[in-house]
Design a protein around this ligand. Structure first.
Ligand code: AHG
Ligand code: MN
Ligand code: MN
Length: 321
């Protein structure tokens, strides 16, 4: 038993612990290839294909997708999945008696693949609502984010870390690559109430609505008592990495609607919901600019929504207009 599973054995059910065990194994494989940066399997570069939402697929997107799918199928405790890289939901044949389904962004931060910058895997776990013993159905995946029984991400960065919640706070584990297992380094992580960082792709500034423009100006100009700026700008372009920094330092990440993508870019099911779950579990907030993300009723599998996530003080200010 790994330390991660030892921890989960007291936090959650055996089934959920087994799901995490599959994620642990798959993320080690992906982590190793990211680490090798082209010395191992053929994972560098574009693939020349598009996924269902029209994104150019990178080789690593598809590699990570197949590694996680294989591990989760093999676990026997996942009945089916919805992945950013598959047009439709997939029922895992032979696992129809399993009680859980998973939503996943196998590789987050595609523009940072190949340039040795932090990328990740995001996932959310639900209890299925369709009858056990039958193939999974779309309604198993179109549940409100609030119904997640666990969620998390793996970040492949200077170290590989897994950040997770099973509804009892947020915990951070670091991969010990020689043991192929995760070890707990931070418990019950609380996002600072006050923020220091705003993360937004400012090249789109002219597309922002007046409320968001005002908020950006507020961030640029707010001074502390000593006259120094309260905030600084940091934007990596991997949601996982931008959120991770803001979780630890206090900050806000915003991906609003823009001209070429009126609902923004971030997908509700497998990006916003798991991250929003972690945000709330650590004491922060997540909205689409007005509605609470975890209370939104999903309409379709690859639905995009504007995404605001961060610490209370900055979220309150951003939501004021
Ligand atoms: P993905 O790689 O899974 O498609 O997600 C990328 C997302 C998100 O991680 C990131 O914050 C955002 O796209 C970056 O978009 P821009 O390059 O438009 O800023
Ligand atoms: Mn993503
Ligand atoms: Mn992705």
């Amino acid at each position: 038993m790994t330390e991660l599973n030892e921890f989960l054995s007291t936090e959650t059910t055996l089934e959920i612990a087994k799901i995490f065990s599959a994620i642990e194994q798959a993320s080690f494989i992906v982590s190793k290839e990211v680490w090798y940066q082209g010395l191992g399997d053929d994972i560098m570069g574009a693939r020349g294909t598009e996924n269902s939402t029209g994104d150019q697929q990178q080789k690593l997107d598809v590699y990570a997708d197949s590694v996680f799918e294989r591990a989760l199928r093999k676990s026997g405790v996942i009945a089916g999945w919805a992945s950013e890289e598959s047009d439709e939901i997939v029922s895992f044949e032979g696992n129809e008696d399993a009680s859980h389904v998973i939503v996943i962004d196998p590789l987050d931060g595609s523009s940072n693949i190949d340039v040795n910058v932090a990328i990740g895997t995001i996932f959310g776990i639900y209890e299925r609502v369709s009858p056990h013993g039958t193939p999974v159905e779309l309604r198993d995946f179109l549940q409100k984010g609030r119904k997640q029984v666990a969620a998390g991400y793996v970040m492949y960065s200077v170290s590989t870390q897994m950040v997770l919640s099973t509804g009892h706070g947020v915990h951070i584990f670091t991969l010990e690559p020689w043991k192929r297992s995760y070890h707990r380094v931070l418990d019950h992580v609380k996002m600072p109430y006050e923020g220091r960082v705003y993360s937004i792709n400012e090249v789109n500034f002219e597309d922002f609505d007046e409320g968001l423009k005002r908020f950006i100006h507020y961030c640029q100009n707010k001074k502390r008592a000593n006259g120094k700026r309260q905030y600084t700008g940091r934007y990596i372009g991997s949601l996982v990495a931008d959120f991770h920094r803001n979780l630890l330092r206090g900050g806000i990440y915003v991906y609003p609607g823009i001209e070429e993508a009126p609902n923004g870019k971030i997908r509700l099911l497998y990006e916003c919901n798991p991250i929003a779950y972690l945000a709330e579990q650590s004491g922060g907030q997540a909205t689409d600019g007005s509605q609470v993300i975890l209370d939104m009723e999903p309409i379709e599998l690859h639905q995009r929504v504007p995404f605001y996530v961060g610490c209370n003080e900055m979220m309150n200010e951003a939501m004021r207009t």
